[in-house]
Design a protein around this ligand. Structure first.
Ligand code: HEC
Length: 274
């Protein structure tokens, strides 16, 4: 055997080991599922949420109530979708399907946190601004400094002057007043993974979660698996999910309300210990 063949074989074995370490996928058939509904929220940024004349929930929000505390009922969301599809809150046009469930599973070991999302992405979108990607699935994880992140989920990053909002600067991305969200995105074109953050601006690179993601479509169902650095046992992390289905761009996503992920701790979704 020549030297080069030996080297190739060793390199191959290392590659296999390396990819197993990165994607040591849990046995998902043993991990509990939690359905999280994502919906088209129209133009309802944090400024709308916190204004009494727009949103009567704003008083309860100030008292510490969570979005899901008022809006999640019997496994669904109690929104008035006619209102969210109407010209007042959706000047451009609403998607045919205003809400759909995303099945979420989570597990962790000493090194990593694994999250799997499974869902059927609806067609019939109103905005097809992302010609490249049929689908993007994004998760945001708030750190402890994002104000009210445990109540409001991603809404602290959603502003009326951000890109694709009516009348807004088309270059201004989402941002938060303080703290940071980790941003992890899987995009269908070329299986692209973005590991970024939302602080005073949104960055699609430079994230600290060491995130990896794998995704794919089978029939009309998508399955996306994220592998992140384990943030630490005993932690509860606020998160939100956004799905850009049917080539949607910018604000034309279906988003979840704010939920909490418990890593050996309490949460709306509890990660299983492997
Ligand atoms: C204290 C209860 C309460 C809380 C907390 C609350 N809401 Fe609401 N929300 C309401 C009520 C009541 C309405 C309907 C009437 C209105 O808007 O005045 C509403 C309406 C809405 C609507 C418009 C669609 C509709 O059904 O009218 C959206 C979107 C919405 N809420 C999102 C949120 C989000 C996101 C949060 C968290 C950031 C939140 N709400 C927190 C009570 C609440």
């Amino acid at each position: 055997m020549s030297k080069s063949i030996v080297y190739t074989a060793v390199a191959g074995a290392l590659l296999v080991l390396g990819s197993q370490a990165a994607f040591a996928a849990p046995d998902w058939s043993k991990v509990a599922k939690r359905d999280i509904n994502v919906f088209h929220a129209g133009v309802t940024p944090i400024e709308w949420m916190t204004k009494k004349s727009d949103h009567s929930g704003s008083a309860g929000m100030r008292k510490g109530e969570t979005c899901i505390g008022c809006h999640e009922e019997k496994g669904t969301l109690n929104f008035n979708f006619k209102r969210l599809a109407d010209k007042e809150l959706e000047p451009k046009g609403a998607p045919k399907t205003m809400m759909f469930p995303v099945s979420m599973q989570a597990a962790y070991d000493a090194a990593n946190l694994y999250i799997r999302l499974t869902f059927k992405a609806p067609a019939g979108g109103a905005d097809k601004g992302d010609k490249d990607n049929e689908l993007k699935a994004t998760m945001l994880f708030a750190d402890a400094k994002v104000p009210q992140a445990d109540q409001y989920g991603c809404w602290q990053s959603c502003h009326n002057d951000a890109r694709t909002m009516p009348g807004a600067d088309d270059k201004k991305p989402k941002y938060v007043p303080a703290g940071a969200y980790e941003l992890v995105q899987w995009a269908s074109k070329g299986n692209k993974v973005s590991d970024g953050s939302v602080t005073t601006e949104r960055k699609m690179t430079g994230g600290t979660s060491g995130a990896k993601a794998e995704g794919g479509k089978s029939g009309d169902s998508y399955t996306i698996t994220y592998t992140l650095k384990n943030p630490g046992e005993g932690k509860t992390v606020p998160f939100g999910i956004a799905v850009h289905a049917d080539n949607a761009s910018g604000r034309f996503h279906h988003v979840s309300l704010g939920y909490k992920l418990g890593i050996g701790a309490d949460g709306d979704v509890k990660a299983s210990k492997l």
